[in-house]
Design a protein around this ligand. Structure first.
Ligand SMILES: *Cc1c(COP(=O)(O)O)cnc(C)c1O
Length: 333
């Protein structure tokens, strides 16, 4: 199968499984798991933060970040299409009584700071208290510019807001901007990172931040059911991913650029291509036939009028060459 639906579909390879089997473990709720402790220390070091915490999912890491920054009746400003507004089942509102204030992102994935300023509520009993600005990096494959992050961070200091980055794919930004993670993470209070996307771990996310915030997060994580026991088996996969799968993300970006260019030359409408994602538009009448055509050739794509193709470590250039060949044949029939 050539699976271009998402970079979450990667499977652990032999070396990663070996690392998982060899992991030393303990009870992480007692903080006794040396492998989890090592992963958290490594994430904190890479992000230039005092502490980090291991989570089963990015959704839980984002939820706990919001719970750690905002109390009941407070709000966070967030992108209308952001994962932690739109794709996390309303968890902040349902479980945290935290109100989202969504605003439209600009074409480059940033939230315009004048519009953020306009959305901040005055201190008045009519309003929820605005507490946090939440950004997503990368957002639909787009890397937020460093100068924007610097301005946004300064802005939040002036307005007494905290700044959270949903960095599910932050290492794609690291690969694209060729800077250490710390250079990006210095412009936020907390950063969530997925190990289970392009980094190729089967499970796991991290939340990085200052010591007090991560202590609050540890209590919230326990409350929402994320306190795991011998989690070192999973953390070993995460450590392996951080050590071996960061530098290779550039390959995914090169492959996505190549795929976008080839599809464009084939006559497909390529709307955008950044980092490991290609966005294309497909005429309505082609959606179902293309889906069936590709499935019959062992290619999985989430085909719709607007379609996202995602490259990752389990799809190499040779596989993409096949996809382009099948696509040409589909259009020529
Ligand atoms: C995948 C993703 C998450 C977290 O998803 P999980 O499946 O819960 O790990 C959060 N934010 C963004 C932008 C994502 O793409």
């Amino acid at each position: 199968m050539i699976d271009l639906r998402s970079d979450t579909v990667t499977r652990p390879g032999a070396a990663m499984l070996q690392a998982m089997m060899a992991a030393e473990t303990g009870d992480d709720v007692y903080r006794d798991d040396p492998t989890v402790n090592a992963l958290e220390a490594e994430a904190a070091r890479l992000g230039g933060k005092a502490a980090a915490l291991f989570f089963p999912t990015g959704t839980q890491a984002n939820l706990v970040a919001l719970l750690s920054h905002c109390e009941r009746g407070e709000e966070y400003i967030v992108g209308q299409q952001a994962h932690n507004y739109k794709y996390e089942a309303g968890g902040a509102a349902v479980l945290g009584s935290i109100q989202p204030q969504p605003i439209l992102a600009a074409d480059d994935g940033t939230l315009p700071l004048d519009e953020v300023a306009a959305a901040i509520k005055p201190d008045d009993i009519h309003f929820a208290r605005t507490r946090l600005l939440s950004l997503e990096n990368t957002h639909h494959g787009k890397v937020l510019p460093l100068h924007y992050l610097a301005e946004a961070f300064q802005f939040t200091r002036e307005h007494k807001l905290a700044l959270h980055i949903d960095g599910a794919r932050i290492f794609n930004a690291v690969a694209a901007q060729q800077v250490p993670l710390e250079t990006i993470a210095r412009y936020c209070d907390t950063l969530s990172v997925c190990l289970s996307k392009g980094l190729g771990a089967p499970v796991g996310s991290l939340l990085c931040g200052d010591a007090a915030c991560i202590e609050r997060a540890r209590r919230w994580r326990k409350m929402v059911g994320g306190g795991m026991r011998q989690a070192g088996i999973l953390a070993a996969a995460g450590l392996y991913a951080l050590q071996h799968n960061v530098a290779r993300l550039k390959e995914d970006h090169d492959n996505a650029a190549w795929l976008g260019q080839q599809l464009h030359e084939t006559g497909v409408e390529v709307v955008d291509q950044q980092t490991n994602m290609v966005f294309i538009r497909i005429p309505a009448g082609q959606v179902e036939p293309l889906k069936a055509w590709m499935e019959a050739r062992d290619v999985l794509i989430s085909v719709g009028p607007s379609t996202r193709l995602v490259t990752h470590m389990d799809v190499d250039r040779a596989a993409l060459e096949k996809v382009v060949t099948y696509w040409k044949a589909f259009l020529q029939q």
